[in-house]
Design a protein around this ligand. Structure first.
Ligand SMILES: Nc1ncnc2c1ncn2[C@@H]1O[C@H](COP(=O)(O)OP(=O)(O)OP(=O)(O)O)[C@@H](O)[C@H]1O
Length: 263
């Protein structure tokens, strides 16, 4: 490309949604002109009042729901259906009780053309990435909630995605366990040893959002739009006890007013 000429087709985004409109079949208008962009190395959070459409938006971003208008692009290419390159991690921790940790992780490689040995090796690497070295043979009933959530994250990693979509990933953990995992997760996600490039997380826990996010998209109103986009520049690790943290927290709370209905 010549200097000074900008090619409009070249995008720096890993995952982006442009001009998204969506209504459920019952006629409920959830979104109006949503625009979201996840750049490389960025941890994006989406917040908004309960019921505003956060989980619906994640499903659209993952190709699980089709928008009425607008487009989702993964590294510049339209995304019309779910792909292993975008992993959705749910709030309910999905591990299968009859499989040990390694077998639970191997599930995400079943569609790939890999031998059992290759799958086992990759599962072991993924488990060690999330701090579960030596726990490969444990069954879910022998694990804590935090360990089970780590297994779910290891399984997502094993599919080599570029993007993690996380829907309240710490919601079903007790606060101490959640705090432990939150402290680890940013470094685990962005270790640079995997193809993972961006993370988009939905959460109602504003402390968690401020601990983790580089950018926060705030949804509000009915139908919902992005009412603000906040860059979080606080240095890591971030202490929820600092004055700066609390000032940011107050600012975020001020956006979460009850949604106004447009029409
Ligand atoms: N299958 C469906 N059919 C019709 N309406 C739905 C459906 N699923 C969700 N909704 C409605 O769409 C809106 C958005 O739901 P969604 O679960 O995406 O919100 P949310 O912001 O994630 O909520 P919460 O914070 O409570 O988890 C809600 O008003 C919900 O009642």
């Amino acid at each position: 490309m010549e200097m000074g000429i900008k090619d409009e087709n070249v995008t720096n985004s890993i995952l982006e949604a442009e001009g998204i409109y969506f209504s459920y079949d019952n006629g409920y208008d959830v979104f109006e002109n949503i625009n979201i962009e996840a750049e490389p190395g960025k941890f994006i959070a989406i917040i908004g009042p309960s019921g505003i459409g956060k989980s619906t938006l994640l499903r659209i971003l993952g190709g699980f729901l089709k928008p009425d208008k607008g487009i989702v692009r993964l590294m510049g290419k339209p995304l019309y259906e779910p792909t292993p390159e975008v992993a959705l991690i749910h709030q309910s921790i999905v591990t299968f009780p009859w499989m040990d940790a390694k077998e639970n992780v191997m599930l995400s490689m079943k569609t790939k053309n890999m031998t059992k040995d290759e799958m086992e090796e990759k599962a072991t690497v993924s488990l060690s990435r999330v701090g579960l070295d030596g726990f490969e043979d444990l069954y879910p009933k022998e694990m804590s909630g935090g360990m089970r959530q780590r297994v779910a994250i290891a399984r997502a990693f094993a599919a080599d995605p570029y993007v993690f979509l996380m829907d309240e990933p710490f919601a079903h953990l007790d606060e101490l366990t959640a705090e432990g995992l939150r402290q680890d997760i940013y470094n685990i996600l962005f270790s640079g040893e995997t193809p993972l490039k961006s993370v988009i997380m939905v959460s109602h826990n504003l402390t968690e959002v401020l601990e983790l996010a580089d950018e926060i998209y705030i949804l509000n109103n009915i139908p919902a739009t992005v009412i603000s986009k906040v860059q979080v520049t606080m240095q890591r690790p971030r202490s929820p006890r600092s004055d700066e943290f609390n000032a940011n927290l107050d600012m975020l709370y001020s956006y979460l007013t009850p949604p106004r209905k447009k029409k």
